[in-house]
Design a protein around this ligand. Structure first.
Ligand code: NDP
Length: 498
């Protein structure tokens, strides 16, 4: 697909979207957004503060009664129109996302943008299918349960998949009849702003979606603590997730957390090795490893580890790093300088604990990489218990561990407090089911990795958070149950006798 408009940035709204208007922040300050490939400034976006969050929440509250009252199919129609608009704008959205995050443009075009459209389309179709239930209770009573929207939903999304995560939160929230105040990461706000433009274009009413670009400790914090926000949906680090839970306590708002992971990706001796190697490279290196579900622990049976590593190292060394806007580029820079350093620091941690670096481990050399936040795709052979075997690195950094028995593989897989995604490569269907049951994770992929679909629940257990995005599960998360009792013919026993 051709890139439509190289000047898409020049036309992009960079203000806050509050009550259907693009406005400056109350403080009048801006945040510079940088291109992680060359360090150049892409745009200055308005900096929201707590006062802007208050205005955005008030607008969302005003918009809520009418949005909620709209027939489900009408809300759905607008989300379906939005999905169409995203597809029509795919080239621009992909370009924005690539410039802002460093994702290779080919991934933005083939994954991020289509998945975003699909998500809005799925939840557009869901909007008129939110059913309650009738509960069999005592004779003479009718008890039915309705699913009602919560009210104003606060959505806080991180910098690793800003476009997709915007749809994961807004799709179900809006379909269910909630209104939204969303904070993209200040590092990567551009694609969310473009979605805001498209939402206004397709006719989503003023105030239904409000976008506040600002910092986590101010804007994110205010959303989490705001007394009129009924739910906060957050994707990000476990440490920030904890802060959000604390901040939310004031009005006991509903909290949904999609946090970190340390995905175990197990290659058994009977695996289809070429498939396992290709799938495992995707599991860790897609999006430069900046994914909560990344398969960041490659756990390999010792009888095949030499064969696996020989091929896996060769494949890793052949990954083409470069300008994210080059359609040939397979891996771009990390999304920020701070994060690049964080990942490189983990290489030092690994070496200090005696781990062996089998590939990468450095920022690549050469003029093409001089200004970018690059880290070479890195393979480290470590031992269970090492920091790089338990802590989330969140970069193109995979830790290789080995096992002898299935029991040992399971113990290693379940060694961390995280429990998000896990991969199994085996031809033995019995073993696959057994592990799928026993592994501490919210999602398990067998002979594949990182499959996601808007119909399939996504989320974790343990320190990976709680609540589920996507599918019918998401509709439960973005609604609340109301139980109604009707006395149709009940002989109520006289509890109070006079
Ligand atoms: P954070 O969790 O700090 O950031 C995620 C989002 O939360 C951002 O929008 C951020 O805003 C916001 N935020 C930060 N502080 C608060 C707060 N007090 N209240 C409400 N919102 C807040 O992640 P980092 O960017 O610092 O990345 C650190 C690590 O987190 C990574 O190395 C990775 O391990 C993990 N991570 C996991 C993600 C996932 O997909 N599960 C996504 C991103 C990070 P701001 O950008 O302004 O700080």
């Amino acid at each position: 697909m051709a890139l439509d408009d190289p000047h898409v940035i020049d036309r992009l709204q960079t203000k806050l979207l509050i009550d259907g208007q693009w406005v400056d922040g109350v403080a009048g300050t801006t945040i510079a957004v940088e291109n992680p490939y060359d360090g150049s400034k892409i745009a200055d976006v308005a900096e929201a503060t707590a006062a802007d969050v208050d205005l955005a929440v008030a607008a969302a509250q005003r918009a809520f009664p009418a949005w909620r009252a709209l027939a489900g199919h009408e809300r759905g129609r607008l989300l379906l129109k939005l999905a169409d608009a995203i597809e029509a704008d795919a080239a621009n959205l992909a370009r924005l996302e690539s410039l802002d995050t460093g994702h290779p443009i080919r991934d933005c075009l083939s994954l991020d943008v289509p998945r975003t459209a699909l998500c809005f389309r799925y939840f557009g179709g869901m909007a008129d299918k939110i059913e309650g239930s009738v509960i069999p209770v005592d004779a003479g009573f009718l008890n039915y349960v309705e699913r009602e929207p919560i009210g104003v939903v606060g959505a806080i999304v991180p910098w690793n998949f800003p476009l997709m995560f915007t749809s994961w939160k807004m799709g179900p929230a809006l379909a269910a009849g909630n209104t939204v105040v969303i904070k993209p990461s200040e590092i990567t706000p551009l694609s969310t702003l473009r979605i805001g433009e498209l939402m206004l274009e397709v006719g989503i009413p003023a105030g239904v979606v409000n976008i506040v670009t600002g910092y986590g400790h101010t804007v994110g914090q205010r959303i989490a603590e705001h007394p009129q926000v009924g739910k906060v949906a957050f994707t990000g680090s476990t440490a920030t997730g904890r802060k959000i839970v604390e901040a939310s306590a004031g009005n006991l708002k509903k909290v949904q957390l999609e946090l970190g992971g340390k995905g175990p990706n197990i290659i058994f001796a009977d695996a289809n090795i070429p498939a396992a190697i290709g799938g495992s490279a995707f599991a860790i290196f897609h999006n430069q490893g900046q994914a909560c579900i990344a398969g960041s622990r490659l756990i390999v049976h010792e009888s095949v580890v030499d064969q696996v590593l020989e091929q896996f190292v060769a494949l890793t060394k052949s990954i083409k790093l470069g300008d994210p806007l080059d359609p040939e580029t397979e891996m771009g820079p990390l999304t920020s300088r701070l994060h690049q350093q964080r990942v490189l620091d983990y290489v030092a941690v690994a070496k200090a604990q005696g781990a062996q670096v089998l590939a990468g481990g450095e920022a690549p050399e050469g003029a093409a990489f001089a200004k970018g936040c690059f880290v070479e795709p890195t393979i480290v052979r470590a031992k269970p218990g090492d920091r790089v075997a338990t802590e989330e690195v969140f970069g193109p950094f995979v830790t290789v561990l080995t096992f002898k028995t299935d029991e040992e593989a399971l113990a290693i897989a379940n060694e961390t407090d995280y429990g998000l995604g896990a991969g199994l490569w085996t031809q033995d269907i019995t073993r696959a089911h057994r592990f799928a049951k026993q592994i501490h994770a919210g999602m398990v992929w067998v002979n594949c990795y990182k499959r996601v679909h808007p119909a399939s629940p996504f989320g974790g257990v343990g320190m990976s958070g709680y609540g589920r995005e996507m599918g019918f599960e998401a509709m439960r998360e973005y609604t609340q149950a109301k139980s109604v009792w009707i006395n149709v013919d009940a002989k109520i026993p006289p509890f109070y006798r006079r």
